[in-house]
Write a protein that binds this ligand. Structure first.
Ligand SMILES: *Cc1c(COP(=O)(O)O)cnc(C)c1O
Length: 238
């Protein structure tokens, strides 16, 4: 099957999940392109564009964003997100090659980004909703103070929240972790006196996007369902 066909199949899965959840609002298909070549990234971006979908590609590593950005930006309107951990010594590179950082999870990172970026950098706050020690993201109880910090940082714009769901086959447990992010989003919207729909929920991957959409995901990050298995050396999502 071609890349275009795989992407279309995933789009159909998303639409079916929306229908089953009784939702009529859109969900963005973000392609998780870790370990993929610049050529494959560009082709994937072209396919999204040809299907009339938003062109959003997520990178785990700043170095890979650097290596593929030029190819991806040949496609007009392409947006490159960072979906992996951002080390403090990579902040400048991340700002050079990424349009949105989905993995803001500490005050230290907020302050570093705020010092070095131009006004209006869109960010998502990553929350560890599963409690797994292997997962990145701030603890749910630290979200409020982190949001306060983002709001005080004049150069960052809070666009919503991101999580990597519980690694499990048990639907109820995985959905609990996604529901937790939705509750955090709803509470934050209330505190900031904005609409819930103004804050994105980036959650759900190849194996569980239906469960994430049922819990309110507005972006799903899909890799293997579109591109096939990753090379064995690829990092697991964290
Ligand atoms: C790799 C990755 C994904 C996509 O996972 P698949 O199971 O390949 O769909 C999503 N989010 C993050 C943070 C990832 O690292």
């Amino acid at each position: 099957m071609t890349l275009a066909e795989q992407i279309d199949r995933t789009r159909i899965r998303i639409d079916a999940a929306l229908t089953n959840s009784g939702r009529t609002d859109p969900v963005t298909l973000e392609l998780a392109v870790k370990m993929r070549t610049p050529e494959i990234c560009r082709e994937a971006a072209r396919c999204l564009s040809d299907l009339g979908l938003p062109v959003v590609l997520g990178h785990n590593r700043v170095q890979e964003a650097h290596a593929t950005a030029e190819a991806i930006r040949e496609v007009p309107g392409a947006s490159i997100h960072l979906i992996g951990p951002l080390q403090s010594n990579k902040v400048n590179q991340a700002l050079a090659f990424c349009d949105l950082i989905e993995t803001v999870d500490s005050r230290d990172l907020v302050e570093r980004l705020d010092r070095r970026c131009a006004r209006g950098l869109p960010v998502l706050v990553q929350v560890n909703t599963s409690g797994e020690a292997s997962k990145r993201g701030c603890r749910p109880e630290d979200v409020d103070s982190l949001i306060e910090c983002v709001e005080l940082a004049g150069n960052l714009r809070l666009e919503g929240f991101m999580t990597v769901g519980l690694h499990s086959d048990v639907e109820a447990e995985v959905r609990d972790s996604y529901a937790r992010l939705r509750e955090i989003r709803d509470r934050t919207a209330e505190q900031l006196v904005i609409s819930e729909s103004d804050l994105a929920l980036s959650m759900g991957m190849s194996a569980d996007l239906e469960w994430a959409i049922a819990e309110g995901a507005t972006t799903v990050r899909v890799g293997t369902a579109v591109f096939g298995p990753r090379p064995a050396s690829a990092p697991r999502h964290v």
